[in-house]
Design a protein. Structure first.
Ligand SMILES: [Zn+2]
Length: 330
């Protein structure tokens, strides 16, 4: 009986995790806290709920807080997060957000608390069902550098925008909440790792990545994490609008994330001229439109995280791309 139970559990685990594995990689965070507050407001115009204080397993200076809720039609839900600074032991004040919050500070934080407030003139039913807090620690010198404004850069010309498949054309779900606006200052290239090129199926692959980012309980993000995705045939898809904060490489604020579908680690998928042409056109357009100097502000994900992303094959070519982009826009 016990063995049967184990097998059943294993089957459940496989059924649950395998679909997720075929849909793009996300960072393994230094800290992950998830919870089911199961806070419901029904037949009432107002409700308020505060979680317990949640201690981090290690201090972190970059966090994404994402909340899942089922809202009554006229209900307004405000989420709040506050953080305790590890060095002073002091708490910051509550900061309001819609459903996804990005927190970056040079001082690391060691604890967090969330609060939810529901207002509903029609007394419907609103439930805050789940939250996920992902935290990462980035060394102080990198954080300081990240939080400063880059030197002004102006290209001689603006590179033509390549054709980008709109969200409606690939069947994107609407974002769960309002986005946080930002000014693009850095370009960060990723690969999907999984799916590899062989399992890419056009728009349905992009929908799969979006579902994974929005529905996996470890992320629960408001939308697909990347701003752009490039298929092996060179098609460019719009993820989040590039003028809003994404979820692809912490700290995310002011970074535009571009994901090349495939695994570009050594001895895996091959880069082809169509991918490179699309990537260079997209990067040249972004750099010249948002006044980003590609020489200093074009990166691979591995520059900020201990992982191989965007794969050695792409990463080794970044110096060459920088020269080409500068040539394109100057
Ligand atoms: Zn990456």
């Amino acid at each position: 009986m016990k063995r049967l139970k184990t097998i059943y559990l294993l089957t459940l685990l496989v059924a649950f995790f395998v679909p997720a594995m075929v849909s793009a990689t996300v960072d393994v965070p230094d800290v992950l806290i998830t919870g089911e507050p199961d806070f419901t407001v029904v037949d009432s115009t107002y409700g308020q709920f505060e979680t317990e204080i949640m201690e981090m397993t290690k201090p972190v200076n970059n966090l994404i807080v994402a909340v899942d809720m089922q809202k009554a039609e006229k209900a307004m839900v405000r989420c709040y997060a506050r953080f305790k600074y590890a060095n002073t032991g002091r708490w910051g004040s509550y900061l309001a957000f819609d459903a996804e919050y990005h927190f970056s500070a040079i001082d690391p934080v060691s604890a967090c608390q969330l609060m939810f407030i529901v207002r509903d003139p029609e007394r419907g039913k609103t439930t805050v069902s789940h939250f996920a807090i992902q935290g990462n620690y980035l060394e102080e010198s990198k954080m300081q550098w990240f939080m400063q404004k880059p030197d002004p850069f102006k290209s001689k010309s603006v590179w033509a925008k390549p054709t980008v498949v709109a969200r409606s054309a690939w069947g994107a779900r609407p974002a769960k909440s309002a986005y946080t606006p930002h000014v693009p200052q850095r370009l960060i290239v990723h690969h999907s790792y999984l799916p590899a090129q062989a399992t890419y199926k056009g728009a349905s692959t992009i929908r799969g990545i979006q579902n994974y980012h929005m529905d996996d309980p470890k992320t629960s993000w408001a939308d697909i994490g990347y701003h752009f995705l490039i298929g092996p045939e060179g098609v460019i898809y719009q993820g989040r609008p590039e003028g809003v904060v994404g979820a692809h490489c912490s700290p995310n604020t002011n970074s535009v994330g571009i994901c090349v579908i495939g695994n570009y680690d050594e001895n895996a998928d091959k880069l082809n001229p169509k991918i490179e042409e699309s990537l260079l056109n997209l990067l040249s357009w972004l750099a010249s439109t948002y006044k980003i100097n590609p020489e200093v502000n074009l990166y691979g994900h591995c520059d900020f995280a201990p992982k191989s992303c965007p794969g050695a094959i792409i990463y080794k070519k970044l110096p060459q791309y920088k020269t080409q982009i500068l040539k394109n826009i100057n």
